[in-house]
Design a protein around this ligand. Sequence first.
Ligand code: SF4
Length: 337
Amino acid sequence: MTDSDSSSKGACGLPYRATPFWLSLAGEDVEGCAKDARGVPRNPLLAQALPSPTEARVDPRELSDPLGEASHTVGDRAIQQYRSRVLVRATGECFLFCRHCYRRALLPAERAFISDKAMRELSEMLRAHEEIREVLISGGDPLTASDARLRRLIGSVRAVPRRILIRLCTRAPVVQPQRVTDGLIQLLASSRPLRVILQINHPKELSETLLEKTEALAKAGIPLHSQSVLLRGVNDSASTLIELFSSLSLNGIQPYYLFQGDLAQGTSHFRVPLSRGLELYAALRGELSGLELPRYAVDAPGGGGKVYLPEGIVERRGDSWILRAPDGTLREYPEER
Ligand code: SF4
């Protein structure tokens, strides 16, 4: 991994970190890379990895906790926004600190792996709440931890005497494919039902090494999905998104979500205006098959759950969109200028 010193931290203290593998995929020198007038790299992979001066500009409408996770905390590192699902923030470590990450303000404070005590509490909560059908193991990137730690965490879910689906959310196969060892694949295969949720934002991320690893995971019986984030200057064109989603589908990775950017602090330069996102999604619907087309969604600002687009739009009011969140509340999402 390539780490920064504190002088190159972006807004919210998120350091620079990328892997040599990711930088090699970018295919452009970090020092001399071309940048736009705002100082954001034009290269779609470097734009996701390199801090830019725009991160210091915090829009007053942005939030340090854009999904309102704090109000849904049910235990140390455990978040329950929906009745049937619990999300566990296993660690704040990542192989690549994505500049657009909505948890960017949280990651530096949660770098240690979830404690044994918190795992025991998770197990007890799952035993007590039979309505919980899924556990999302997220982070940070849980695959930054060793197999032994991961086995303990998965074991705390499997200790519950009923079948619970585990969703493992990771960018490791994309940014550090060497992490996907035979041992890890065996661990995940023995932990089914388990699905791996990747985040892939640009066709250039679909490297041969990634595809070898995802094929090995699929052969071991592990379904793969990708959620992509709509990012200005990275993938905000119909042709790029069509290439991305059709390639994912062709390679056995189900396009799952296309996320409109969250209101994370210092990320306004990545947000595509929602009006533009709707136009792009209409173009995708006209071109992609049902297997290739992900759902377009945005997490309701401040909490309330995932809003499907365009279905969840109530109205456009000036520079804002009024959205109806799954919890019934109305939430305001700004139209980016
Ligand atoms: S890998 Fe995930 S948690 Fe880590 S910085 Fe990227 S988006 Fe955020």
